[in-house]
Design a protein around this ligand. Structure first.
Ligand SMILES: *[C@@H]1O[C@H](CO)[C@@H](O)[C@H](O)[C@H]1NC(C)=O
Ligand SMILES: *[C@@H]1O[C@H](CO)[C@@H](O)[C@H](O)[C@H]1NC(C)=O
Ligand SMILES: *[C@@H]1O[C@H](CO)[C@@H](O)[C@H](O)[C@H]1NC(C)=O
Ligand SMILES: *[C@@H]1O[C@H](CO)[C@@H](O)[C@H](O)[C@H]1NC(C)=O
Length: 215
């Protein structure tokens, strides 16, 4: 009993330190090197390596410069002032591979993902919910399968959700109606079924909606 009481201030200090460390870790933006690592790891899984992606490499330096890679855009992060990746634009490169292998957790600073007109398969990765700054999700004309996750509602800044001409199935989640900033929503030419959720009526910035060619 006495021992426990003596130990408690130390325990408290240790717990506080741990708590602070967890908090700081949660707040920290991934480093540019970690972000580059996530892109290189994904590149390694692709079944096609278009010439444009030759720039995606570690070069012969230990620190990589992903901001000069093809299709990659960077900007200074507003809070941490470090350079971070904000855009991926790889439209029409006939990329063959699994979208699910892209670790979006490391790329949480993205505001724009443009991967339309490729041959990407797999589902929309669950790690996409990390993209709290995402405004443009453009995946038109790929072979992305699976249901639309209700968790897409956590992409609260989304303005363009363009998923047409894929192989999505299942119902349109009513949580899409929580994406208040949505301007364009195109889900045409998939295999979606079920009702059109009434919650979509809350999307008062929406200027385009296309659910044609589904079930
Ligand atoms: C290697 O690093 C140096 C200095 O850090 C830089 O000037 C140079 O451009 C880098 N080279 C490549 C290929 O990234
Ligand atoms: C490394 O970089 C230097 C100059 O930046 C270049 O001359 C050399 O060819 C590079 N080596 C390789 C293996 O890429
Ligand atoms: C994805 O990236 C995060 C953040 O950099 C990292 O903690 C995690 O281990 C990565 N996941 C995989 C499957 O590589
Ligand atoms: C939605 O996408 C389809 C297929 O790409 C396209 O034909 C259609 O014009 C788009 N809908 C609108 C309203 O722009």
């Amino acid at each position: 009993m006495r021992l426990a009481m003596e130990a408690s201030p130390l325990l408290l200090l240790v717990s506080l330190t741990l708590l602070l460390a967890t908090f700081l870790q949660a707040k920290a933006v991934p480093s540019l090197q970690d972000q580059a690592g996530a892109l290189l790891a994904w590149k390694a899984t692709l079944q096609s390596q278009p010439a444009q992606l030759q720039s995606w490499s570690r070069g012969n330096n230990t620190s990589t410069r992903p901001c000069s890679w093809y299709g990659i855009k960077c900007r200074k992060h507003q809070v941490s002032h470090q350079e971070v990746i904000t855009g991926i634009s790889l439209r029409g490169l006939r990329l063959r591979g699994d979208l699910d292998a892209l670790n979006f957790t490391a790329l949480e600073t993205l505001t724009s993902v443009q991967l339309s007109h490729n041959k990407l398969t797999g589902r929309i990765p669950p790690s996409i919910v990390s993209l709290k700054e995402l405004r443009f999700l453009l995946l038109r004309r790929n072979q992305i399968r699976g249901p639309l996750s209700p968790a897409l509602a956590s992409l609260t800044k989304l303005q363009y959700l363009m998923l047409q001409q894929n192989e999505l199935f299942g119902e349109i989640p009513r949580q899409i109606g929580e994406l208040e900033g949505l301007v364009k929503l195109n889900l045409s030419a998939n295999h979606l079924s079920g009702p059109i959720p009434g919650e979509l009526g809350y999307l008062n910035k929406l200027s385009m909606l296309d659910f044609s060619s589904n079930n």
